[in-house]
Design a protein around this ligand. Structure first.
Ligand code: FE2
Length: 289
């Protein structure tokens, strides 16, 4: 490993309203420019204050052409879908859903006992050949998510392989790395990411740097909350500030390099495929069991 990835862009999450009136921090969303290929969307549910009002959730809605990974840190999400799955995911749990050709689902976040809900939803693209594949769903319990501890760092592996340890979400088509990294003050973290792969870090607690040692001029201090898009290289190096922990979700994967046409909850490759999705919804043929 000899080329540390530098920060290419720092994205400031924007507050948006989605579903039946859920306030989110959104960093990226599906766009024809497909800058973050294979990643499409990153949302952060963060309600830290009960007086922010009720959380109305995401009533039944369709998806086609994507995979979603929901990771909850505090509070819960009740869900049900057109495959007949239903349940609750709680702190530390992961829900992974492949919409394939079509799924309808409902996602209803609930505050935890402290009044807080905290979690993330990542959308990963499907390659053209799998966009119309059968939908699949998997709930992953906190107990099966590996925790690694090394040099003042804690890593929870949602997906991908780190130091020979495989995360439980293994069937995402893009085969990404998706990990939750917590560094104690001054701790450092190095992760190999192959050249050409897209890499993003969502910094949600504390501050630190990405890049080589502090004396190097290209290292730039990042404070929560920001999404960092990395330039190319063969590894990512992070270091927590001496006076602060540093926590981020790191996601990386090989781009599909296919054109995309996004339309709300659908991400397809052509305008005709979007028109087909809308027609299927109107005709009641969107979901096929
Ligand atoms: Fe959804």
């Amino acid at each position: 490993m000899n080329q540390s990835r530098k920060i290419k862009t720092i994205i400031e999450p924007q507050y948006v309203m989605e579903g039946a009136g859920v306030k989110l921090r959104r960093s990226i969303s599906p766009n024809a420019s497909n800058l973050f290929d294979p990643f499409l969307l990153f949302d952060h549910f963060a309600f830290n204050d009960p007086i922010e009002g009720p959380i109305r959730g995401f009533p039944m809605h369709p998806h086609r052409g994507i995979e979603t990974v929901t990771y909850i840190l505090e509070g819960t999400v009740n869900h049900r879908d057109s495959l007949g799955n239903s349940g609750t995911i709680g702190p530390g749990d992961v829900q992974w859903m492949t919409s394939g050709r079509g799924i309808l689902h409902e996602e209803m976040p609930r505050r935890g006992p402290s009044g807080v809900i905290y979690g993330f939803q990542l959308w990963v693209n499907l390659p053209a050949a799998l966009k119309m594949s059968p939908p699949r769903y998997q709930g992953v319990n906190v107990g099966v998510i590996p925790n690694l501890e090394q040099n003042g760092g804690k890593i929870r592996i949602v997906a991908g392989e780190i130091n020979g340890v495989q995360g439980p979400v293994t069937q995402i088509s893009a085969n990404p790395i998706y990990i939750d990294v917590t560094l104690a003050p001054s701790a450092e973290f190095v992760q190999e990411i192959p050249f050409g792969h897209t890499a993003l870090a969502y910094v949600f607690d504390g501050n630190g740097i990405f890049g080589e040692k502090r004396s190097y001029t290209h290292a730039e201090e990042i404070s929560a909350v920001k999404l960092v898009h990395f330039g190319d290289g063969d590894h990512i190096r992070a270091e927590a500030s001496p006076d602060s922990p540093f926590r981020f979700m790191l996601m990386a994967g090989a781009p599909f390099r296919e054109p995309i046409v996004p339309y709300g909850p659908f991400v397809m490759n052509t305008v005709e495929e979007i028109q087909q999705a809308l027609m299927d919804l109107r005709n009641g043929t969107f979901v096929q069991q």
